[in-house]
Design a binder for this molecule. Structure first.
Ligand SMILES: *Cc1c(COP(=O)(O)O)cnc(C)c1O
Length: 371
């Protein structure tokens, strides 16, 4: 699905230098590379505070911890997402309230949010799935009306631009009260191990998030609140500084692949190509088709038999996971989510794709589906 080796070959001298510098300086934890990356990312995202941490799941957990919620408080989230989004809510003793997604954008359906709000609702966690932003203008408006926090799960959409109603263009992850991302190697901005970060424009929240990620510590050995230990290490930060400079090129490369696929699959019967909303720039973490007729699992197997990788993101939605059975989630009626889990298939998309690979992949899909 990705080709991180070819990608590395193109930036090898810079990466090797950066890693070797970290080793020679031996500032492995909280070193200058971590501060440097934090500042680079603040500049890129045009956000006041970036707090690096150990991974995207921690980012979501720490963000949620910073909101001072009480056990049993409710957090609205889509069911159609990676498990991390919803898992941290339950881990903190909060109640995930699963809401339907929009059938075109794959993101939380803003029209279904208000009816899920109760007096216990404290936050909304939209996920910018596959690299396309949720309808943040509508979500922020709802959140404001009901006095709710918004935590964006931006793990799949870093670098995406979003058009706010006031005409300004901002990066996803900087619109809600807090944004979270992951630097898992295959993400659009990935490191060579685990990594994550939290973004906010709110000084007070930033301070709290920083403390939580560092054992609740305000100054050394003074622990004011219960926190955790979640750090981005210097080697990963050094790698990320190099790769951040390439991020816009990487996004362009992904969008070129998506454009090739769109042109090929667009005219084919029974296939829906990814919808692109007007208010944001799709950064194509995944290229995901919806099959309206052709057998999805059959295609998945056929591709595998011809050495074409493909993935189902996600075969089982959160509300059908045993993990959430005690919340009565299994009884929820989320027909769009359930239907998408049966019909979606993601094809290879990355920064190093060759024309011949695209030709081969599309040919194999066409063989299975017919014109
Ligand atoms: C990858 C991902 C995460 C978790 O990130 P990790 O770094 O693997 O912990 C969370 N949410 C979404 C939507 C993701 O894609």
């Amino acid at each position: 699905m990705v080709d991180l080796v070819s990608q590395y070959e193109k930036i090898k001298p810079a990466i090797d230098d950066a890693i070797s510098n970290v080793i020679q300086n031996a500032h492995f934890i909280n070193g200058p590379e971590v501060t440097g990356f934090k500042e680079d990312l603040e500049l890129y995202l045009q956000v006041k505070h970036v707090i690096p941490c150990a991974n995207g799941t921690d980012a979501l957990q720490i963000a949620m911890m910073a909101l001072d919620l009480k056990p049993g408080d409710e957090v609205i989230t889509p069911s159609f997402t990676y498990i991390a989004t919803t898992e941290v809510i339950a881990l903190l003793g909060l109640k995930p309230v699963f809401v339907e997604v929009n059938k075109d954008t794959f993101c939380i359906d803003e029209n279904e949010i208000e009816q899920a709000i109760t007096p216990k609702t404290k936050a909304i966690v939209p996920v910018h799935l596959y690299g396309q932003a949720a309808n943040m203008n509508a979500i922020m408006e709802i959140a404001k009306r009901h006095n709710l926090f918004v935590v964006e799960d931006n793990a799949q959409a870093i670098g995406s631009n979003y058009h706010l109603t006031d005409g300004t263009v901002v990066k996803t992850g900087t619109i809600g009260h807090i944004g979270c991302t992951s630097f898992f190697p295959s993400k659009n901005l990935g490191c060579y191990g685990d990594g994550g970060a939290i973004f906010t424009n709110n000084d007070e929240l930033a301070l709290k998030i920083k403390m939580i990620a560092n054992h609740g510590q305000s100054q050394k050995y003074y622990h004011d609140i219960v926190g955790c230990n979640s750090r981005l290490d210097s080697v990963q930060a050094a790698v990320l500084r190099i790769k951040l400079r390439q991020l816009e090129n990487y996004i362009d490369a992904r969008r070129d692949v998506a454009a090739y696929y769109d042109a090929f699959f667009g005219p084919m019967k029974g296939i829906q190509i990814p919808f692109r909303s007007d208010d944001s720039k799709h950064v194509f973490h995944q290229y995901t088709l919806i099959l309206d007729g052709p057998n999805r699992d059959g295609l998945n197997e056929y591709l595998a038999s011809r050495d074409v990788p493909s993935m189902i993101y996600y075969p089982i939605p959160a509300h059908r996971q045993k993990m959430f059975a005690s919340f009565g989630a299994g009884d929820l009626h989320l027909p769009v989510t359930d239907s998408l889990t049966q019909r979606v298939i993601s094809l290879p998309i990355h920064t190093e794709m060759q024309k011949e690979q695209l030709e081969y992949i599309t040919k194999i899909v066409e063989e299975f589906i017919g014109k």
